[in-house]
Ligand binder design. Sequence first.
Ligand code: HEM
Ligand code: NAG
Ligand code: NAG
Ligand code: NAG
Ligand code: NAG
Ligand code: NAG
Ligand code: NAG
Length: 267
Amino acid sequence: MKSAILLAYFALPWAFATPQHAIDSPHWKPAGPNDFRGPCPMMNTLANHGYLPHDGKGLTKEVVTNALKSGLNFNTSLGNLMFEMAIVVNPEPNATFFTLDQLNRHNVLEHDASLSRSDAYFGNNHVFNQTIFDESRAYWTAPILDAKMLANSKIARQVSSRASNPNYTFTTKTEAFSVGEVSAPIIVFGDMDTGVVNRSLVEYFFENERLPTELGWTKKADPISLDKITQMSQLITNATSLLTGSVDIKALKVRDLHSGFIPHGEH
Ligand code: HEM
Ligand SMILES: *[C@@H]1O[C@H](CO)[C@@H](O)[C@H](O)[C@H]1NC(C)=O
Ligand SMILES: *[C@@H]1O[C@H](CO)[C@@H](O)[C@H](O)[C@H]1NC(C)=O
Ligand SMILES: *[C@@H]1O[C@H](CO)[C@@H](O)[C@H](O)[C@H]1NC(C)=O
Ligand SMILES: *[C@@H]1O[C@H](CO)[C@@H](O)[C@H](O)[C@H]1NC(C)=O
Ligand SMILES: *[C@@H]1O[C@H](CO)[C@@H](O)[C@H](O)[C@H]1NC(C)=O
Ligand SMILES: *[C@@H]1O[C@H](CO)[C@@H](O)[C@H](O)[C@H]1NC(C)=O
């Protein structure tokens, strides 16, 4: 009898936690001094919950894909793809794993103008920074965030960084990653059909590196796949335009060629 209770206890340690934590964010524990963490609030969160190894090491394709599946219901194809994109952070040739601290390597995946981290130029590019996050949050002007508010915070951080960091770097590759990151809260915590997310959940996630289960969040019932990611990235990209009305990229390019310093009549 006693051993049955013990067995149940060790099999389900979260059963004795407060009920609201019992639902689907087991084992949350912040990083200890020997645990690796990085610039990604979600990878840190998954490690804090034990979906990823708590020490942030040995992140193989199987480990990452399973964590994204069990923690967030990302489908296996998407998980595999995300691993393939991430493995470049391990400088070893033909590496089969990466670690959370390898995500800190500047300008590999980590970049300037993050929503919640300072630029590498200022010393630390990976620890959550409340001052920086408050800069971003200033643009989250309603209890329900939409693509425009999220895009505003992204643009504002880029302007702030470009104005203060003489080494500001942000390539077209960075833009693609950045747009994906900024759309992530809608994908994981929000409503992808309407493109909105509850601000409280997003703030809780960033500030605690913990899934907002105690605020009522649960992972999506339907698996999240690449097509959803693409759609939400498109939503954010659209919202980053500072022009009003519909934006015709082709027309913009043509106008560029015919304006500027070229005197009229020479083209
Ligand atoms: C294999 C999986 C993943 C890898 C390797 C990864 C890697 C990274 C890296 C390197 C950054 C830092 C970029 C920067 O300098 O700002 C980052 C940021 C971010 N990631 Fe992830 N990530 C992964 C999955 C996810 C998922 C599933 C989410 C979903 C919520 C997510 C949400 C974010 C957010 C919101 C940021 C922006 C943080 C900020 O701007 O302060 N990531 N990620
Ligand atoms: C993931 O979802 C996509 C889009 O629905 C689908 O094409 C793909 O086969 C799925 N992958 C797996 C492993 O179920
Ligand atoms: C890495 O893989 C490539 C292609 O499979 C192979 O040619 C190369 O020898 C490998 N390098 C190392 C260091 O194992
Ligand atoms: C947060 O970022 C700001 C701006 O880069 C920096 O001055 C400050 O020292 C950082 N705070 C911490 C705790 O690292
Ligand atoms: C400075 O900028 C260069 C060129 O963009 C980049 O390769 C390097 O990583 C940057 N260093 C820091 C600390 O920002
Ligand atoms: C956002 O979520 C919090 C926490 O669950 C909840 O109290 C609040 O009512 C929600 N806000 C809106 C506008 O639905
Ligand atoms: C983004 O804008 C394009 C061009 O205006 C439009 O076709 C597309 O539907 C928009 N995508 C989203 C997700 O809003």
